[in-house]
Design a protein around this ligand. Structure first.
Ligand code: NAD
Length: 369
């Protein structure tokens, strides 16, 4: 039996509450389906700072590098607002992304039929929505140098950020987009602003060349990122995979997120390059939401974003496609039955807490097997 090594980093606030529900799934899959998951647990964020003055220790960083996949909860909270900048809770997540070289951020926006009415858009616009936003995560304007505020000496200051993309960075994210599209509806829309940005001109050129060289079976379209934002809200179902840079991806994925109803529903994956020998990728899976200090400890957090992140882990790190499909079906099915955590609650539905929602999904997964 294959051993599948997972590092669990629950973090702060509702992170551990949501992770507890994934642990139940892992235990069930090991016991009933011989899945062979081996888990270790570490500290990240504020709890890591409390334990050893760092947002993630070198030892936990080593465990993350050695694991087949990392499952991450959430970090942060008012308790750590005053800690030094370099060791603030979020620094732990940034260190993981940087040292694991996680350049590809996958954010699916799926609208479960049972939740179509919770979106701010009309149900017919979002019902059955299943799109994937692929954001470049380690380059672009968030990292480019110079990045500074200079004093111009005349009472004025100048703030500078620099957008830089090299060919290889665009090629590798485009490659991930085309490969993902092949496992879905085989369509990629690349978004940039080549009308006003040189990096956009290069982005479009490299995506086009990568497509021509290796992926001409996939349908490729291009759209200006501002028009893309508009189209995402007008008729999101026209898209399959959207690939874009770090800055536009940050915004467009948040727009897409809100199409689906609640922050508590949104999973994400961050992937690195495939290892030359084994072909496996470093990977980290996390819900899009934060540590929600306003509801932490009350047992009411929605665990679905964390559980759906685990489904992405099954799909992308372990190629357990059938199991991932089944887990996503189990989520949809308990929602169809009317079970809702507080954030999703509406008239006529049954309100349940974090644990009851997790238990229902575990039971439904077994029933669907
Ligand atoms: P948040 O996502 O934690 O919460 C925003 C709102 O959504 C809150 O009202 C919260 O109760 C609700 N919410 C979020 N997830 C939910 C869930 N699973 N179930 C039910 N309701 C949910 O964002 P915030 O309030 O801006 O930030 C809180 C803390 O989290 C801050 O310290 C912030 O820095 C941190 N944060 C961490 C991450 C991360 O770990 N990746 C991401 C975003 C924010």
């Amino acid at each position: 039996m294959a051993t599948r090594k997972l590092l669990l980093l629950p973090g702060d606030g509702i992170g551990p509450e949501a992770m507890a529900e994934v642990k139940k799934l892992i235990e069930m899959m090991n016991a009933d389906f011989n899945a062979g998951f081996e888990t270790e647990e570490g500290l990240v964020g504020g709890c890591a700072y409390d334990a050893h003055g760092q947002s993630i220790s070198d030892a936990d960083m080593d465990r993350a590098m050695a694991a087949d996949a990392v499952l991450f909860g959430a970090v942060g909270g008012p308790k750590w607002d005053g800690v030094p900048y370099e060791v603030r809770p979020e620094a732990g997540l940034l260190r993981l992304r940087k040292e694991m070289e996680l350049f590809a951020n996958l954010r699916p926006a799926i609208c479960y039929p049972a939740l179509a009415a919770s979106s701010s858009l009309k149900p017919e616009v979002v019902e059955g929505l299943d799109i994937l936003i692929l954001r470049e995560l380690t380059g672009g304007v968030y990292f480019g140098e110079p990045k500074e505020i200079t004093d111009l000496g005349n009472g004025q200051k100048r703030g500078i950020d620099t957008q830089i993309y090299d060919t290889y960075e665009i090629e590798r994210i485009a490659g991930v987009a085309f490969e993902l599209a092949r496992t879905r509806s085989n369509r990629v829309c690349s978004m940039e602003k080549h009308n006003v940005m040189k990096s956009g001109v290069l982005w479009k050129e490299v995506v086009t060349n990568t497509h021509k060289a290796k992926y001409s079976d996939v349908e490729l379209t291009h759209m200006l990122a501002d028009a893309g934002g508009m189209q995402l809200v007008r008729w999101p179902k026209q898209f399959d995979v959207i690939v874009t840079d770090n800055l536009f991806g940050d915004m467009l994925s948040d727009v897409a997120a809100m199409l689906t109803g609640s922050l508590g529903m949104l999973p994400s994956a961050s992937l690195g390059a495939p290892d030359e020998k084994t072909g496996s990728r470093k990977a980290l899976y996390e819900p899009v939401h934060g540590s929600a200090p306003d509801i932490a400890g009350q047992g009411i957090a929605n665990p679905i974003a964390m559980i759906a992140s685990f489904a992405m882990c099954l799909r992308y790190s372990f190629n357990m496609v059938e199991e991932a499909d089944r887990l996503e079906k189990a989520i949809a099915s308990v929602l169809d039955d009317g079970l809702r955590t507080k954030d999703l609650m509406s008239d006529g539905m049954t309100e349940v807490g974090t644990t009851a929602m997790g238990d229902a999904i575990v039971a439904r997964y077994k029933a669907l097997a």
